[in-house]
Design a protein around this ligand. Structure first.
Ligand SMILES: O=P(O)(O)OC[C@H]1O[C@H](O)[C@H](O)[C@@H](O)[C@@H]1O
Length: 445
């Protein structure tokens, strides 16, 4: 299970002030438990892990098997909360070069419906031309333009290449129980469908079929993922005292840092497999807290890569940032730096050391340098990359986000601001029903 260390924030904020959040956090926990806070119709994620049944997981695994048995490639069509969670888990657990390996243990997983790039979609459809592919169409609203557009192309191509009957076996929809175009299409075509519960918002939906189905297709153990999340649900429960509750401490510390003028939180990893965990986290915290002209700006970097690009800014730029490092304790493989007689590169001082030891010293050196440079530092220790630990990490962030949003005084479960660009785009594209907006926006051009 993960552990949290906030010692390296104490040069910037006081331990006493963080501990003093106890009562505020308790109130926030109570709002979540009793459903008395803002956005209380979106609390379905709160006890989701402990409510997921074996039968539900078995049904997901059975559908995953159909896709695994019948597809060389599976496209995950979705955007935001409808793809980031699945991608975060799959990339964290996969071999870094999985799609290049000759011996495949799972279909190649490809993502679409998260951009509107013509080149991306053209190149994807070209690649798929000689592939037996399937599609998981994921959209809670069922009307998201990016996803719907990609799905329209993929559905046609799948039917053209594999015939309508096979297409029905290898296209699965994850969407609302009743409403939205994705639901209408799935029902009409007779696709297998999974429901996204009404009371679980997109960014909190990784432990619904939105995340679980793609993760199972990729060959990972969704029971273990859910077990890790369920144990974390207990560890972060409302009955766990503040000082022992990692979600409470994380939420309190980041809010105290924010109140002290640290407006940007940078999520850091030293393992590129965690890149999409950060992308998922950015949506979770960005959409939950960035409103009412408030909210920590969630940013992320992959170290040591980005120490060579963003490192300067972090070390010496405006002191409005803090870092939260996801520190991977145990790596999966062993690789030692070889001894070289000639030592032309001068690296013999590392000979015999594990590459991970070099990475760990980079991590420690960076932490000390950044703290010295005025950047408060929190550290989340992830014991190793497996389903159980990742499930726990995701739930920890979700729970802390719910608490943190209430500490900030916003509704953490809506995202009204996301509509503004959509309205303009539809007006510019003359979508029926947007006639007035079209006129108004044209006048601005
Ligand atoms: O699942 P969907 O309805 O397609 O939504 C996908 C995503 O896009 C929306 O615009 C929201 O901002 C996100 O919260 C959501 O995760």
């Amino acid at each position: 299970m993960i552990s949290l260390n906030i010692e390296k924030t104490f040069g910037f904020i006081s331990k006493e002030k963080v501990s003093a959040y106890d009562a505020e956090v308790k109130a926030a926990q109570e709002m979540l438990e009793k459903g008395t806070g803002k956005g209380n119709d979106f609390l379905g994620w709160l006890h989701l892990p402990s409510f997921i049944s074996k039968e539900h997981l078995a049904e997901l695994n059975a559908t995953a098997k159909v896709l695994r048995d019948n597809c060389e490639v599976v496209i995950i069509a979705g955007i935001g909360g409808s793809y980031l969670g699945a991608r975060a888990v799959i990339e964290a657990l996969s071999n870094s070069f999985t799609w290049l390996q000759d011996k495949k243990t799972a279909p190649v997983m490809i993502y679409a419906g998260h951009n509107i790039s013509e080149d991306y979609l053209y190149e994807l459809t070209e690649y798929l031309k000689d592939k037996k592919f399937g599609v998981i169409n994921i959209s809670k609203s069922g009307t998201t333009t990016e996803t719907a557009l990609a799905f329209r192309l993929l559905k046609k191509q799948c039917e053209d290449q594999r015939g309508k009957e096979t297409a029905k076996q290898v296209i699965v929809a994850v969407t609302d129980a009743k409403k939205g175009a994705a639901r209408v299409t799935a029902d009409k075509e007779g696709y297998k469908t999974f429901i996204i519960p009404d009371n679980v918002g997109g960014r909190f939906s990784v432990l619904t079929p939105v995340g679980l189905l793609p993760i199972a297709v990729a060959g990972f153990d969704i029971e273990q993922l859910v077990a890790g999340a369920a144990d974390m649900e207990k560890a972060c429960g409302a009955d766990v005292p503040f000082a022992e509750n990692p979600a409470a401490i994380y939420a309190a510390t980041r809010n105290e840092l924010y109140r002290s003028g640290k407006k940007i939180e940078i999520l850091v990893n030293f393992c590129p497999k965690l890149h999409y965990v950060s992308e998922w986290w950015k949506q979770l915290y960005g959409e939950s807290e960035g409103k009412d002209n408030k909210g920590i700006f969630p940013a992320s970097v992959d170290f040591s890569t980005d120490l060579h690009s963003m490192g300067q800014w972090i070390q010496e730029g405006e002191r409005s940032i803090f870092e939260t490092v996801i520190s991977l304790d145990k790596v999966d493989h062993k690789l030692e730096v070889p001894f070289d007689e000639a030592n032309l590169d001068g690296l013999n001082f590392l000979a015999g050391k594990r590459v991970d030891e070099v990475n760990k010293m980079a991590e420690l050196g960076t932490q000390l340098a950044h703290v010295d440079g005025g950047v408060p530092n929190m550290r989340i220790v992830l014991p190793s990359l497996n389903e159980y630990n990742i499930g726990g990490l995701l739930y920890f962030f979700e729970k802390a986000c719910g608490i943190s949003g209430y500490l900030l005084g916003v509704n953490p479960f809506n995202q009204p601001g996301v509509e503004a660009y959509k309205k303009n785009m539809f007006a510019l594209l003359d979508k029926p029903g947007y006639e007035e907006e079209s006129k108004a926006i044209r006048a601005k051009l």
